[in-house]
Design a protein around this ligand. Structure first.
Ligand code: GLC
Length: 533
């Protein structure tokens, strides 16, 4: 990647690291910054251009770092500020951009700001958080629910008011209607940007502003039995308020002042609401995360509809992006199945827009079953037994077949997958047709091939298990044919002209094969085809 390119984030491959689980170097069973430095050559070899780190700041770890007690320091669990500086320098030396997780919606209850805020009603920082009187007659100020179970309001005996927390009670929400709060977080951003950080992934950005009147949320008519109880109400008044876009535009001005940096927004909203996060004149987030693939039904028609709806909804000039996995959702290899994980990889890396990979997906890591006594995730602890736990997608990276998979020399903080002896980087690297080598080949091809990197997306067909599309740029094109089922499919569409050539099959065994007007896809196979010369 051309490092001076101010559109680097459009052309790059992003890779999310969950720092607790990449590599431990100090024998405490938890990953650290020195471990990330150690693994940079692997990431470079894979073809990543930018790495995003989940939070590494001081934290009581009630939500594993998403509860921050100091925004401008490093938690000793992960290392020191000197380690961070070394990581940033090493990443840049390797041509990798570094993106930090910014968590502006809430702090830890241990953050000095909150300790002050809760100390008395007239503390100057009282208004930095969201304090409300009990409703007349007593009880929570309104019906808003915490995403991690129970009411979103906790009562503070000492001062006789409730504070609001969209997540855990240990994660009080900041009051983004307060100007000082905004400036304090913008200063945090400047602190890291001045060090040379290349941008932020902004945690729950659509939550920042709440209804000024704190109206009750309406019931959710579509609530599905067995889903978490917070879904029994809609979040009409607690999230996605119009004023949030002012805030995001302000954040963007902060990052833009430092040159070519990127603002990525974590947003779980329907498409028509999501698009607003690009901002007026595209002055909001450059990449409002597109999570549509995380919850889609895995069928050609559903996936094609998602792509088409998304492409159509994008504002003029807005750049798309795609995500297959993250630290909050079940692993893609378990969602779509082991065989289809390769097809999913080809989809992710041949769609128009920046792809974000989740660590371990490139070696086909699956969701690990966690025994009740091993559960660490507070979501699972608060709302047990209905499958919301996130530990299973956060297990240690599988590097090799040694005792703790090369992740650590001691038992890791979460159990390893039981197949790590076979499914690990060392083994897969030496297997020419492994999923890891597929990821590398896809990334390489995407970089070499203009249509894949920047071309337009042209749908051709979505019939049965077959998803077929073309990417076109500067008079060049390629066709992508994905078989989302286990049965063979013969593709005879005009798109496969006689003399077409296979550039890459998900099985990595058909490169250079010439086609005579038909492409016979095996079950669970995807292929990228070049037209006849
Ligand atoms: C985001 C994070 C998630 C965290 C939550 C609260 O959704 O991705 O891991 O628990 O915010 O901070």
């Amino acid at each position: 990647m051309d490092q001076s390119d101010e559109n680097w984030w459009r052309h790059g491959i992003f890779y999310q690291i969950y720092p607790r689980s990449l590599q431990d170097t100090n024998d405490d069973g938890v990953g650290d910054l020195a471990g990330i430095i150690q693994r940079l050559p692997y990431l470079k070899d894979l073809g990543a251009d930018a790495i995003w780190l989940s939070p590494i700041y001081p934290s009581p770890m009630a939500d594993f770092g998403y509860d921050i007690s100091d925004y401008t320091a490093i938690d000793p669990l992960f290392g020191t500020m000197a380690d961070f500086d070394a990581l940033l320098a090493a990443a840049h030396d390797n041509g990798l951009k570094l993106i930090l997780d910014l968590v502006p919606n809430h702090t830890s209850e241990q953050h000095p700001w909150f300790l002050e805020s809760r100390s008395s009603r007239d503390n100057p920082r009282r208004d930095w958080y969201i304090w409300r009187d009990p409703r007349p007659g007593g009880g929570e100020p309104n019906n808003w629910l915490s995403e991690f179970g129970g009411s979103a309001w906790s009562y503070d005996e000492a001062t006789g008011q409730y504070y609001y927390h969209a997540f855990l009670a240990q994660q009080p929400d900041l009051n983004w209607r307060n100007r000082e709060v905004r400036e304090a977080i913008y200063d945090v951003m400047r602190f890291w940007l001045a060090k040379g950080v290349d941008g932020f992934r902004v945690d729950v950005i659509w939550h920042l502003i709440k209804d000024a009147e704190f109206r009750d949320n309406p019931p959710n008519p579509y609530h599905v039995a067995g889903r978490p109880s917070h879904e029994t109400i809609l979040t009409r008044y607690s999230t996605d308020q119009p004023e949030v876009h002012e805030v995001i535009a302000e954040m963007r001005r902060v990052t833009d002042a430092f040159g070519a940096r990127v603002l990525i927004g974590e947003i779980y909203l329907p498409l028509h609401r999501l698009m607003a996060y690009y901002g007026n004149d595209l002055k909001g987030a450059q990449m409002p995360f597109n999570f549509a693939l995380l919850s889609t039904l895995w069928s050609a028609r559903s996936v094609e509809k998602i792509i088409e709806d998304y492409e159509k909804a994008l504002p003029q000039g807005a750049w798309p992006n795609w995500v297959l996995g993250n630290h909050d959702r079940p692993r893609v290899a378990s969602r779509v199945g082991r065989e289809q994980a390769r097809v999913a990889a080809m989809l992710l890396l041949t769609l128009r827009g920046t792809p974000t990979l989740y660590y371990g997906d490139e070696i086909g890591m699956h969701q690990v079953a966690i025994a009740p006594e091993a559960v660490r995730d507070p979501f699972e602890k608060n709302v047990p037994g209905i499958g919301v736990g996130r530990d299973g997608c956060r297990t240690p990276m599988q590097w090799d077949s040694t005792r703790y998979a090369g992740f650590s020399s001691v038992p890791p903080w979460l159990p390893l997958a039981d197949d790590f002896m076979r499914e690990n980087v060392v083994n897969l690297q030496s297997d020419e047709t492994s999923i890891l080598n597929l990821y590398k080949a896809l990334i390489r091809l995407r970089k070499e091939c203009k249509p894949l990197a920047i071309g337009s997306y042209v749908p051709i067909a979505a019939e049965g298990d077959l998803l077929l599309y073309r990417r076109e740029a500067q008079g060049q094109s390629v066709v992508v044919a994905l078989n989302l089922g286990a049965e063979p499919v013969a593709v005879t569409a005009g798109a496969i002209g006689s003399g077409s050539e296979i550039l890459l099959s998900t099985f990595l065994d058909r490169k250079g094969e010439k086609l005579e007007g038909t492409l016979d896809l095996r079950g669970n196979e995807g292929a990228i085809i070049a037209p006849p010369h």
